[in-house]
Design a protein around this ligand. Structure first.
Ligand code: HEC
Ligand code: HEC
Length: 521
């Protein structure tokens, strides 16, 4: 906190080196001042979550191969390994890079019901929004701290409810300073706990005249205590996860069997009914691949039917006038001939969901930066290597404590990918802080939704990479506070109970070290 105030001090118009020097002095000065003003007998403060690292004020507009006015995306600093939220993998070829930027623009492209261009920007839109929907672009829900991420501070669903003249009522769990959410009714026999999109296209100026579709009855379901929420998961580094062989996941998991059993941690993998391999994506590891999640996201979140999910889930009356699927692979068209690069042409020929799949696969992993990295005098976010932080010792102890109390028995630090045509994904070591297995998390976290092998209280170990820049935590976004997220791990039936007991048993200073470490991920 001091850090950011200091950085905004108008005196700091000097070279970076000098600025860092002043900062180091200021950090050392902190505790001395505290010792003078506080009596020596005072108890140490409770551990406090340092909060998300600042995103800074740098941005870039990306037009890709299709947009007239670019998608404005924040720029995050890379770490020493070249990782960073919102960047493409290092070592891509020029054509792969061009495709990634082109697909980023498609990921950011707005969906409308009729597919008309936006008169204010002249940007094309993806045709086929609705009849029911939660969002109108992938970017809308995956935007923080950069494109591909998760919920931003301000929930865009509030404005979307009434966009283009619609009159959707806002369910009480959608608020301006809360997380983006989707809802399920777990006890509803008809829907089997399926996603119930929040909004209808009824009344929008781009919807067919006479289209009628009511929103789900959230009031009644809330009264019956039958609504659960999910927030978006970030997609940085998901190509590494997809490219990890089943055998690697299984042998890493089996390697901790005896340590886990002494602490009561079981766990198992979710698998896919079609080929029985391990599924890895989503809060319950319910989804097999990035292309599949793209197809599902397009249909479930936006109502855009596609070659993987060709049928509308919720039709309404007179709302659904398009030939299906709405998104398809394109045969070569004039726009392709005019394209300047092979990468752009490939993006234009590919379906939207194929674009999304490539964008996701080639997303760089999130960076590791000290939690107190702060911003420079111009407001740009900085990435201080962990060992160079004024709090390096605390961060290092936090990592040691994270291991010794047993967090790392589920939040596996390191895995290795298999062979890949992309250099960065080829037999590469990565640090997701997840075993990608399901664990019973007890009554407090249970959501009652069954997905594949995952039962009502089982969740995929949430990958903790990128945690340093996350606002909302846990599957339903119920808290912003790391300590609350950790406390929620403990309840009757949770496999994490033993580990949380150890966490509660360390000193406040050690707990603070763990939090400082977590906000450096
Ligand atoms: C209305 C908000 C919303 C929109 C729009 C949206 N998503 Fe998501 N996304 C979510 C939520 C919520 C989850 C977690 C779902 C779950 O696991 O139950 C998620 C999860 C994902 C994941 C899984 C990542 C992981 O590691 O678990 C991927 C990949 C993804 N979305 C891609 C997309 C793509 C591609 C689009 C555009 C077609 C899209 N999303 C549009 C809300 C959204
Ligand atoms: C038994 C396995 C297990 C252990 C042990 C465990 N976790 Fe978790 N952790 C999970 C699962 C599963 C989730 C997702 C729960 C949910 O969202 O409902 C999670 C979520 C989290 C989150 C929220 C991440 C997000 O994306 O919102 C944090 C932070 C976290 N764990 C930190 C820790 C720390 C620190 C420890 C050690 C004190 C720990 N965990 C121990 C399984 C575990």
């Amino acid at each position: 906190m001091n850090h950011r105030c200091l950085m905004q001090n108008p005196i700091r118009h000097q070279a970076d080196k000098l600025a860092l020097g002043l900062l180091a002095v200021a950090l050392f000065a902190g505790p001395t001042v505290a010792q003078i003003t506080n009596p020596p007998s005072i108890k140490p403060l409770r551990a406090v979550d340092p909060g998300p690292r600042p995103v800074g004020n740098q941005s870039i507009a990306v037009k890709g191969a299709i947009l007239n006015k670019g998608i404005v995306d924040t720029i995050q600093p890379k770490d020493a390994d070249g990782n960073g939220a919102g960047h493409q993998l290092a070592n891509l070829t020029p054509d792969q890079t061009a495709f990634w930027f082109a697909s980023l623009a498609v990921f950011g492209e707005q969906a409308t019901v009729d597919g008309a261009s936006d008169p204010s920007t002249n940007n094309p839109s993806i045709r086929g929004l609705g009849p029911a929907f939660n969002g109108d672009s992938c970017f809308m829900c995956h935007s923080f701290p950069a494109i591909g991420g998760t919920s931003p501070f301000t929930n865009p669903q509030v404005a979307l409810a009434t966009a283009k003249g619609a009159q959707n009522a806002l369910p009480p769990f959608i608020v301006l300073n809360g997380p983006i959410r989707e809802a399920r009714f777990p006890g509803d026999a008809l829907s089997g706990g399926a996603v119930r999109p929040l909004f209808s296209i009824q009344g929008r100026s781009d919807a067919p005249a006479g289209c009628t579709l009511a929103q789900p009855d959230f009031t009644t379901q809330l009264q019956k205590n039958n609504v659960i929420f999910r927030i978006p998961t970030p997609t940085f580094g998901v190509g590494y996860i997809e490219n990890t062989p089943d055998q690697t996941l299984r042998s890493s998991f089996e390697g901790t069997a005896s340590q886990r059993s002494t602490l009561g941690i079981a766990g198992r993998f979710n698998t896919n009914g079609n080929d029985q391999t391990i599924t890895r994506f989503g809060w319950k590891a319910q989804n097999k691949s990035l292309l599949l999640f793209s197809g599902e996201g397009a249909n479930v979140e936006m109502g855009v039917t596609n070659e993987l999910f060709p049928n509308e889930r919720i039709a309404g009356k007179g709302c659904d006038v398009h030939e299906l699927p709405e998104d398809t692979s394109n045969i070569v068209q004039p726009a392709v001939l005019a394209a300047t690069t092979a990468g752009n042409a490939a993006s234009l020929e590919a379906s939207d969901i194929a674009n999304f799949g490539v964008f996701l696969r080639l997303n760089a992993a999130p960076s590791q930066c000290a939690f107190d990295s702060g911003v420079d005098s111009s407001g740009a976010a900085l990435c201080t290597p962990l060992a160079n932080s004024g709090k390096a010792a605390s961060i290092a102890d936090g990592q040691a404590q994270f291991r010794s109390v047993g967090c790392a028995l589920c939040h596996t630090e390191t895995l290795t990918t298999g062979p890949s045509p992309f250099a960065s994904l080829n037999n590469a070591t990565f640090h997701p802080y997840s075993d990608f297995a399901l664990h019973g998390m007890g009554q407090i976290l249970a959501d009652g939704v069954v997905q594949g092998a995952a039962s009502g209280n089982e969740f995929r170990t949430a990958p903790l990479w990128g945690l340093g820049q996350r606002i909302f935590l846990l599957h339903d976004g119920r808290t912003k506070d790391l300590l609350e997220a950790i406390a929620a791990h403990q309840s009757p039936g949770s496999e994490a109970n033993g580990v949380i007991q150890s966490f509660n048993g360390v000193t406040d200073a050690q707990r603070q070290d763990i939090l400082n470490f977590l906000r450096s991920l």
